[in-house]
Structures are given as C-alpha cells and as structure tokens.
Write a protein that binds this ligand. Structure first.
Ligand SMILES: Cc1cc2nc3c(=O)[nH]c(=O)nc-3n(C[C@H](O)[C@H](O)[C@H](O)COP(=O)(O)OP(=O)(O)OC[C@H]3O[C@@H](n4cnc5c(N)ncnc54)[C@H](O)[C@@H]3O)c2cc1C
Length: 314
C-alpha cells in the first residue's frame, strides 16, 4: 500500500534562506515512475539540481535540517519501499552535461549510460561499448562499478569529481582511478559518504564501424535475454566467484524459476532477475528476495549477497 506524507510531515524543516533551493524543493513526489521496477511510494522531499551549486545546496539543506538524503540516478538498481522515502531525494537527471576532448569524455553524474555510449561513437572513441543498453546514469554506474561482458566501469575511468559529505559541510575533490577503491561491483562511493558529481572517461581512438557493430551486438544480446520485456532492476544478487557458477544459474538449480509472490516473479529467462508483472508492490518483491535467500541457504548452504539497493524504511 503506497502512502502520502501529510502537511505535518512536510512543513517543519522546509524553512531555508536559500531562495533558489526553496523554489526547487518539492514534496510528496511519486518515485515509482523514476525507477525501472516502476514500484515504490513517494519522496517526502524531492529536488532536481541542475548545477554543482544546486547539488551542494540540497545536501547542505538536508544536513542542516537533519533530514536523510538519497541520490537517485536512473533508478535501475533500487527497490523503493511502498511507504516511500521519508527524507530528501536528490534526482540527478538534470546534471547532464557531456563533453569530449581528444581521447576523454567528461560526463556529469546524470548523463545516461546510453548517451555516453552514443557520444563515444560520435567521437570514434572505443572502450565503453560493453555498457551499451545498460539502463541508468553514469553516477549510478560509477557508484556500483557496473559491469558487463567481463568489463567494468573501473576499466575506463580516469578520475571522478567526488563530493565529500561532512557533518555540516560538503567539499569537492578530484579522485584519480586508484583512489576510487574499485573492486567487483563496489567503489569508494559505497564505502564513504561521497557522491559522484563528474566523471572523466579515458578511451582510445577506434574505427566507427567497429564501435558501432560492438554497440549493436551488446544491445542485441540484452534484447535476446528479454531484459526489456518487463519492469525489473537487473540482477538482484551479486555473483560470487567461490560459488563456482553465476547466481542466476544457482537460483535456476533451486528449481524456483517462475515462482511468483503477488505480481513479482522470478524471471524464467534469467533467474537472477525479478520482474514486475504489472502491479507488484515493493513488499511482493522483498518477500520474493527473502524467499530466494532462504532457499539458497537451506538447500545449498549459500548466503547470497544483494546487489539491489533498498530505499526507505525496511
Ligand atoms: C534491464 C537492466 C539491465 C541491467 N544490466 C546491468 C548490467 O549488465 N551490469 C550491471 O552492473 N548492472 C546492470 N543493471 C543494474 C543497473 O542498471 C546498474 O547498477 C546501474 O549502474 C545503476 O545506475 P542508476 O543510475 O540507475 O542508479 P540508481 O538505481 O539510481 O542508484 C543505485 C545506487 O547508486 C547510488 N547513486 C546513484 N547516483 C549516484 C551519484 N551520482 N553519487 C552517489 N551515489 C549515486 C544511489 O544512491 C543508489 O544507492 C541492469 C538493470 C536493468 C534494469
């Protein structure tokens, strides 16, 4: 059951002297349409910054009013609670400047991965084709160190402009690749209170024809796996090398593909995906996640590690 925040919930901390921020601040904004699952309740507070100073003002407002905040990119790796998020959601879609210089591309965090890929083709720069067709923003991809076909974002990042969030202050610093603490599906942004603002990708000059055919092949591969047929959030669990097989295969071996709770279903085509058959609630998806975890533990003695980010009060 999704809820709304009442006037009482919303009024108290809204006071701010920053007129620009106050004008941009919204309340009770539905989050489901901003997620690829198309699930979840509203944000109590919501803002769409369009510059570094807007983003900083939003974070400072949250810190000074003791309101929790969440950065939302493409919403392709989140499950938002049916009751929503009782803090400030900072949506990055308007932080979308993109520039190329010789063999680098600089993208603000809200640039979509597909726009980044298109830019690389336009500039005849190779290296990012592996991500073609991956939903989400560059900020989210760096946060997650997203990967496909044996390549990760960490392979192509030169540096990132990080916002370091303190107790009541925010500092921006360029961090080189080796300071971004990348490893499988993780980065410094998951370990500390850092936000991704800007990213410089280091690519190599290549042939437009080869880049284009690589992009097409990767997009077709995703289509052939049915990734876009139903609302979903990609893989729910990480792969763990020590298990000796991809987690999708492991779930398949449990014999629970197609298992359904409400309108949430373990995808027949790829068992590490949960799909929304139409009206799934966050609770349906969450119960299905717990069901898979329990079955993996009881049947195989394996504790699965979640990749999906749960948003709200679980
Ligand atoms: C059909 C489909 C296919 C997918 N395929 C893949 C795949 O092949 N490989 C893969 O790795 N993933 C895949 N995913 C998952 C997802 O697309 C990636 O993890 C993606 O990188 C998430 O980016 P996002 O902008 O959507 O992040 P969101 O879902 O908006 O956010 C995810 C997390 O990142 C944080 N975040 C977002 N932006 C920032 C920022 N600027 N600074 C700090 N934190 C931030 C959020 O707070 C949240 O905790 C797939 C998803 C779908 C739906």
């Amino acid at each position: 059951m999704t809820k709304s925040f009442t006037k009482r919930d919303i009024n108290s901390p809204v006071e701010t002297k920053d007129k620009n921020f106050r004008n941009k601040l919204k309340t009770n904004v539905r989050l489901a349409p901003l997620t690829t699952f198309n699930i979840g309740g509203p944000a109590r507070f919501y803002v769409e910054p369009s510059s570094l100073s807007d983003l900083t003002a939003a974070v400072l407002w949250a810190l000074r009013n003791s309101v929790p905040f969440l950065i939302l990119g493409g919403g392709s790796n989140v499950l938002v609670h049916d009751s929503g998020y009782s803090g400030l959601v900072i949506y990055t879609g308007r932080l979308n400047r993109l520039e190329a210089h010789e063999d680098t591309i600089t993208a603000e965090c809200g640039v979509t991965v597909d726009r980044l890929v298109d830019k690389s083709l336009e500039q005849r720069l190779t290296g990012v084709e592996f991500a073609a067709g991956m939903p989400g923003s560059t900020g989210g991809a760096v946060f997650m160190n997203a990967r496909a076909v044996d390549r990760s974002f960490s392979d192509i990042i030169e540096k990132a402009l990080a916002l370091k969030v303190g107790r009541d202050a925010v500092d921006s610093t360029w961090l080189e690749n080796n300071a971004l603490e990348f490893s499988y599906k993780t980065s410094v942004f998951q370990k500390r209170k850092f936000l991704v603002y800007n990213v410089v990708f280091k690519l190599t000059k290549g042939s437009a024809q080869a880049i284009e055919s690589n992009i097409r092949a990767n997009k077709n591969l995703r289509k052939s796996k049915g990734q876009y047929l139903f609302p979903n959030a990609g893989c729910i669990f990480k792969n763990s090398r020590w298990i000796g097989m991809p987690t999708g295969k492991l779930i398949e071996e449990l014999g629970i593909k197609g298992k359904r709770i409400g309108d949430a279903e373990i995808f027949e085509e790829h068992a590490n995906f949960i799909i929304n058959r139409g009206k799934a609630s966050a609770d349906d998806v969450y119960r299905l996640i717990k069901y898979i975890e329990n079955r993996a533990l009881q049947t195989k003695g394996i504790k699965l590690e979640r990749e999906i980010n749960l948003v709200g009060d679980w």
